[in-house]
Design a binder for this molecule. Structure first.
Ligand SMILES: O=P(O)(O)OC[C@H]1O[C@H](OP(=O)(O)OP(=O)(O)O)[C@H](O)[C@@H]1O
Ligand SMILES: O=c1cc[nH]c(=O)[nH]1
Ligand SMILES: [Mg+2]
Length: 215
């Protein structure tokens, strides 16, 4: 597993505003979208491409285009939906599949309430988007759904991660999916989880910050 933590002043600046509890939902949504576009630049570095010949007004030259099968973007509902627009801006030809996963706030166990993924993902490059990687349970289940369908690689784009969650994902991959290609791109690696499974310093509940209270 490859872990990539963005180290860029613009990203840190935008994340600091997200962390601020006074930032209202409309600004929060805008910043999430901007951040995803910045992180997606790094996350898509290994996207598969093939050569094409391009006719410019002056000559023909070699260029690149995204290979088929097209990449698949999977936002994990609800909070991951806030990252979809930013991601499709960079990968406009990608397909989109959906996973609805909510963790039980007492047990911290994830529960899947929606799954609209293609049955077959053979040889597909998949991008999971979810702002928060806390205990890692949600990401582990998401990765399992995708590798069970035959995908060749998974890149996870998250805004904030906790060391405990990154470790849990790494251990799971080593025990179940050794040799599969997984990259995690984080806007920031935070300090720890608190006693109720929230990322510290974090930004609170990403779904609530994006869309208001729904629990
Ligand atoms: O790493 P974990 O401990 O599994 O926690 C991370 C999950 O928690 C949040 O979703 P939540 O369950 O709050 O659902 P929501 O997006 O509907 O608010 C977040 O968007 C992740 O999906
Ligand atoms: O800090 C956290 C942890 C899980 N989910 C969130 O939205 N925030
Ligand atoms: Mg939530």
């Amino acid at each position: 597993m490859q872990l990539l933590i963005a180290n860029h002043p613009l990203i840190s600046h935008k994340i600091s505003i997200l962390r601020d509890m006074a930032t209202p939902s409309p600004i929060f949504r805008l910043l999430v979208e901007e951040l995803v576009t910045l992180l997606a630049y790094e996350a898509t570095r290994d996207v598969r491409v093939e050569s094409v010949e391009v006719q410019t007004p002056l000559t023909t030259t070699k260029g690149l285009k995204l290979s088929k099968p097209r990449p698949l973007i999977v936002p994990v509902l609800r909070a991951g939906l806030g990252m979809l627009e930013g991601m499709t801006k960079l990968l406009p030809t990608a397909e989109v599949g959906f996973l609805g996963i909510k963790r039980n706030e007492e047990t911290l166990q994830p529960y899947t309430y929606a799954n609209r993924l293609p049955d077959q993902l053979d040889n597909r490059q998949v991008f999971i988007i979810d702002p928060m990687l806390a205990t890692g349970g949600t990401l582990i289940d998401s990765i399992d759904y995708i590798f069970d369908r035959g995908a060749s690689s998974v890149t996870c784009v998250c805004l904030l991660g906790a060391p405990e969650g990154v470790r849990a994902v790494e251990e799971h991959l080593a025990s179940k999916w050794q040799g599969r290609e997984v990259k995690i791109v984080l806007g920031a690696l935070d300090e720890k989880l608190n006693e109720v499974g929230y990322i510290v310093p974090g930004l609170g509940d990403a779904g609530d910050r994006l869309y208001g209270l729904a629990d």
